[in-house]
Write a protein that binds this ligand. Structure first.
Ligand code: ATP
Length: 309
């Protein structure tokens, strides 16, 4: 494998009896980037993350994390990783502060003041016994634990679950700062908007397969927009003919009410549509923001995976 990547998998597969959780995924995450994985429930996100951390072993294929095999990297490798599990279970009478000091003895040294600074940013009270904390506050403790020793690699499984929107925004700032600091972040999410805000690249996982790996900008280019155009002094048949055969165009509707109204859906490149209507006198033009959510949902439910797997 090519250890120029912070994280790499090759044909990584995992099955539990008859349930296939991962069907052979190839991932390559460049150092100093934020890589997001999104996918519906059961897509295999948590399974992939657990293999990367050697919590479970793959059925076949391989993984490399910071240039090492997670199976043999041991404590030295673990200390370079900050991890927040998807289902964080924290309990007990210890305070957050005491628990984090204990984690420090495992993860390696934490810069003076770092724990307090992170807790302050996330609005977390470190003096409370862990068992009295709400789900969201436990999640914050998990985040402080992952970030506090400035690991080379952060692996975060649904890190914003249970966090209120202001704290989510603060968390996304922490992720961007980590990247600017040269750290690599691998995070899974259900929520497209947070991936959009934080990630450089995104993989969409569905049913144990990677549907697409893309940078966030290109994903936007494949997005779906709705357009509405008002056209003057033109016959509906002429407009219809001009728009026929544009492959990106669907749901075309023409209506006449004084002037001609055109409504359509454009999937991907908008330019052929713009060029086609430019020959008419355009009195009005409305273009909706690309709906990334809708595009991704289409990919979730597309009948065939489009990648190399
Ligand atoms: P979610 O967003 O719901 O957390 P996910 O993308 O993280 O989903 P996984 O938890 O990786 O998905 O699950 C992938 C598939 O593997 C699912 O069908 C799940 O039921 C199955 N699975 C996961 N862990 C086990 C296990 N220990 N035993 C049997 N099946 C499992």
């Amino acid at each position: 494998m090519n250890s120029t990547y912070a994280l790499e998998t090759r044909a990584l597969a995992k099955h539990y009896g008859k349930t296939v959780a991962l069907r052979g995924i190839d991932l390559a995450v460049k150092p100093g980037t934020v890589f997001g994985v999104i996918g519906p429930n059961g897509a295999g996100k948590t399974t992939a993350i657990r293999v990367l951390l050697d919590i479970i072993r793959p059925s076949s294929g391989s993984a490399e994390v910071l240039g090492q095999n997670p199976r043999t990297g041991g404590t030295a490798l673990r200390r370079q990783i900050g991890y927040v599990p998807g289902e964080l279970r924290l309990d007990g009478r210890l305070t957050g502060a005491t628990l984090l000091r204990y984690y420090e003895s495992i993860s390696g040294p934490v810069a003076p003041g770092a724990i307090e600074a992170l807790a302050g940013r996330l609005d977390l009270d470190l003096g409370r016994a862990v068992h009295t904390l709400s789900k969201g506050n436990k999640q914050k403790l998990g985040l402080v634990q992952a970030f506090m020793h400035e690991p080379k690699l952060l692996v975060l499984d649904e890190p914003t679950s249970g966090l209120d929107p202001l704290v989510q925004q603060e968390f996304l700032r922490m992720v961007r700062e980590a990247r600017d600091n040269g750290q690599t972040v691998f995070l899974s999410s259900h929520v497209l908007s947070e991936i959009q805000q934080a990630a450089d690249e995104v993989a969409i996982l569905r049913d144990g397969r990677i549907v697409i790996v893309s940078d966030v900008e290109s994903l936007r280019e494949t997005a779906i927009r709705r357009v509405r155009v008002g056209i003057m002094d033109a016959a509906a048949s002429a407009v219809q003919a001009a728009l026929a055969g544009i492959p990106q165009l669907t749901d075309l509707k023409l209506s006449e009410n004084g002037e001609l109204r055109v409504e359509a859906t454009v999937e991907g490149n908008i330019d052929p549509f713009v060029k086609a209507i430019a020959r008419f006198t355009v009195s009005d033009l409305a273009l909706e923001e690309p709906d990334l959510e809708e595009s991704v949902l289409r990919l979730y439910s597309a009948p065939e995976a489009t990648d190399e797997n």
